[in-house]
Ligand binder design. Structure first.
Ligand code: R5P
Length: 292
């Protein structure tokens, strides 16, 4: 059981939904950015023994610094058990050294979280080469929830008998989970990435002519993966391409680029605040908080 939910103002909508769903009081951490880039945090001066801190790791570098400061501060102010609710857990994609000398960020970020928090709760972490969150956050209780079934149900309601398509092999667990409960047709593409914004995609051999296709992935960042897939689908006669992702990072020019590629609608979960948020993970997080 948890006594209090702490959150930052820029994640207030999800924080409010989560506090309401879990029946928890909500307090905000005040954050001041100094001109030189340092951050001052102010927490409630007296904390109860069991505290959950909500902080997603979009824009991960500045937020990791916040956690580095907030976790020991919360303990000094009375928290004995400190849980991190991290709806988007960044740094999970670098899960091996692709070239000699590359730091395996997933392992090192996970080890830091294990040092700062007693437990970690997250949604659709990008676990490709590791089996579970236990490997990422060693020695701590950690739980990974999934928004994929919610997105699958939404796609089934909003699109016309859609094919759900994962843009790469790594998306297979999410596209399968999204499709299964709705008994939707699903498949995954083969992706080749040559750079941050250079992506090509080979479609699986299905008949796309006249079909609605919903692209399902865990995270969209520059949007180039979705754009390459949508272009290939329209070239094969798809009627409409929509997108359903858990984490709507959509950095830089992703929005206009998606629109130019003819992507009709974008749906996301509220793990990352974005105008495309269409389903809420708050009830899932609240139930997991009760179980922890
Ligand atoms: C990687 O495998 C992820 O699941 C996403 O497909 C990827 O991060 C999307 O990146 P972008 O939007 O920059 O193409």
């Amino acid at each position: 059981m948890i006594d209090l939910l702490l959150a930052f103002a820029d994640e207030r909508p999800l924080a409010r939904r989560l506090a309401a769903a879990a029946g928890l009081p909500l307090r905000l951490v005040e954050r001041h950015a100094f001109p030189d880039g340092e951050t001052r945090l102010r927490l409630p001066p007296a904390l109860p023994p069991r505290v959950a801190l909500l902080r997603g790791l979009q824009r991960p570098n500045e937020r990791l610094a916040e956690l580095l400061i907030a976790a020991p501060a919360a303990r000094e102010l009375g928290a004995q058990r400190l849980l991190l609710v991290c709806p988007y857990l960044g740094y999970m994609r670098q899960d091996m050294a692709f070239r000699p000398g590359e730091a395996v960020s997933q392992r090192h970020v996970g080890a830091a979280l294990a040092q700062w928090f007693d437990a970690v709760l997250t949604v659709d972490p990008h676990l490709h080469r590791v089996a579970s969150m236990d490997e990422v956050v060693p020695g701590r209780r950690s739980v990974a929830l999934s928004a994929a079934p919610l997105l699958g149900a939404l796609a089934a309601r909003r699109a016309r008998r859609p094919i759900l398509l994962g843009p790469d092999a790594e998306a297979e667990p999410w596209v399968r989970a999204a499709a299964q409960a709705q008994q939707l047709e699903h498949a995954t593409c083969r992706k080749q990435r040559r750079g941050d914004r250079q992506v090509s995609v080979a479609l699986p051999p299905l008949d796309y002519a006249g079909r609605d296709v919903v692209l399902v992935d865990d995270v969209a960042s520059t949007g180039r993966t979705l754009v390459a897939t949508a272009r290939a689908l329209y070239a094969r006669g798809a009627a409409a391409v929509d997108v359903a992702v858990t984490h709507a990072l959509f950095v830089g020019d992703a929005g206009p680029v998606l629109a130019r590629a003819g992507i009709r609608r974008v749906w996301s979960s509220d793990t990352v605040p974005h105008p495309s948020n269409a389903v809420s993970v708050a009830p899932l997080l609240a139930a997991a908080l009760r179980d922890l």
